[in-house]
Write a protein that binds this ligand. Structure first.
Ligand code: FAD
Length: 418
């Protein structure tokens, strides 16, 4: 069935498309991006109503997960433990379209892939994750990332940073630059700093690690800082924005990071640059000037284009952080809303959750949890819900959280790919 043959109702002068179910046809949902958000929404849609024909467009045949990739960098885990195929997703009756989505026609309701394939849809879900803003930090372009890896997409970049650390002599200077908000995984730079510090402490103890930050505060800050004082004194130094931490340019040829206060020439430099929603969001006209995508907090439908929903890191989700857990929670909410909309129903107001574990050492975990609900047109914290691991907890509690972190990873990847 093509859109031109869709039935419309005239209601109060406006033409309203008749829900596909009402016409006896299988409604088509196309999902672009097979990461934590996209794979989860595709499966949740099929589970919500098996009559929905779901097509998942994904650029790669294997997904490489970012959570726990900091452990790969620190030599505590292999990249293969991060990799997942789409066999189980296909087994759920989801049609896989392997390729890059390059164009969206919001009026004609179709997506076009790089090979020219055209996929008509009744509703489109975009879950493209993030893209680096090349050049936003002067000196940091794609070529520079080969010298100063970002490792903010897991895969080759993760291994490059690991190899650079392994090749560094004991006594070298490692520098991480952390971006201003918003960005993928707010605690991620600090977990990475912790695990690199652990690597240096155990393998190259005369080395030093400096974190240059474009912010004065960060996620789970007190927990991280007290753990650093306990585990990595004299090894790990965090420089806040107000103390000259903001990196204003980089020189990849000399691995130098420049701030308003000075220059740091690193042996290994990990530049985590500014980011935006994956390119297809801009192409589809759902990204605003911030580079991210404003959405309705009940349905995740774009505020800029009707019929297109945006979930995961690409979305502006109010108080919700850009995390794999948040992406999964948004996927379930969005799937329920899309299934309702396709039958002409009204989606219920949702509650969403997020839990984020970070490893400060292999046997030292900390976490933050939150509950979110629509309020004032945005997703806001539900007062009195959520919180962080207790300060001053015994080491056994930290070790237990490290085990829970592993369990969390198994669960979240099983929901998407298992
Ligand atoms: C170092 C690090 C550690 C992290 N640790 C945690 C953690 O412990 N817990 C946690 O909850 N989160 C963590 N995160 C965050 C988490 O990885 C992201 O929030 C999550 O991946 C977002 O899911 P997503 O589906 O929006 O994007 P992604 O998972 O990146 O998926 C996007 C997918 O879309 C595909 N795609 C994009 N554009 C197109 C296109 N045009 N056509 C076809 N396919 C396309 C991509 O290939 C990709 O597979 C971490 C992130 C980093 C960088």
């Amino acid at each position: 069935m093509t859109l031109s043959r869709r039935a419309f109702l005239r209601l109060g002068g406006a033409l309203i498309p008749v829900p596909a179910f009402a016409q006896g046809a299988s409604p088509r949902v196309v999902v672009v991006g097979g990461g934590f958000a996209g794979a989860s929404v595709a499966r949740a849609l099929r589970h919500a109503d098996a009559r929905i024909a779901v097509t998942l467009v994904e650029a790669n045949r294997t997904f490489t997960a970012c959570p726990f990739s900091n452990a790969v960098i620190a030599g505590l885990r292999e990249l293969s433990a991060q990799q997942f195929t789409y066999e189980r997703v296909a087994a759920d009756g989801i049609t896989l379209a392997s390729g890059v989505a390059t164009a969206v026609d919001p009026q004609g309701r179709s997506v076009t892939l790089a090979d020219g394939t055209r996929l008509p849809y009744d509703r489109l879900v975009l879950a493209p994750g993030i893209e680096i803003r090349w050049g936003a930090l002067p000196g940091y372009d794609e070529a520079a990332s080969k010298e100063m890896p970002h490792a903010w997409h897991a895969g080759e970049q993760t291994l490059l940073l690991r190899r650079q650390l392994e090749a560094m002599d004991d006594g070298g200077l490692v520098v991480i630059s952390a971006p201003a908000n918003p960005f993928r995984c707010p605690p991620g730079p600090y977990e990475r700093a912790s695990l690199i510090a652990h690597y240096l402490k155990t393998k190259k103890p005369r080395s030093k690690l400096i974190v240059l930050d474009a912010k004065d505060t960060f996620s789970k800050q007190r927990l991280f800082q007290s753990a650093w004082a306990e585990l990595y004194p004299g090894l790990l130094e965090w420089v806040a924005l107000s103390k000259g931490g903001n990196v204003t340019s980089v020189d990849p040829a000399t691995r130098t990071l420049v701030t308003d206060f000075g220059r740091h020439q690193a042996k290994v430099a990990n530049v985590i640059p500014p980011q935006k929603a994956g390119r297809i969001a801009e192409v589809a006209g759902v990204a605003d000037r911030s580079g991210w995508c404003p959405i309705d907090p009940v349905t995740f439908e774009s505020r800029l284009q009707s019929g297109i929903h945006v979930i995961g890191d690409a979305a502006i989700a109010g108080a919700m952080p850009k995390s794999a857990f948040a992406a999964n929670s948004q996927a379930k909410t969005c799937a329920a809303a899309v299934a309702r909309l396709l039958t002409g129903g009204t989606p219920a107001s949702p509650k969403l959750i997020n839990t984020c574990y970070s490893l400060v050492a292999p046997d030292y975990g900390i976490s933050v949890a939150g509950v979110y609900a629509p309020s004032g047109g945005q997703l806001a914290d539900v007062p009195g819900s959520g919180g962080v691991s207790p300060a001053g907890a015994p080491r056994a509690a930290r070790a237990a959280e490290a085990v829970l972190a592993e369990a969390w990873f198994r669960t979240i990847t099983a929901e998407a790919f298992g």
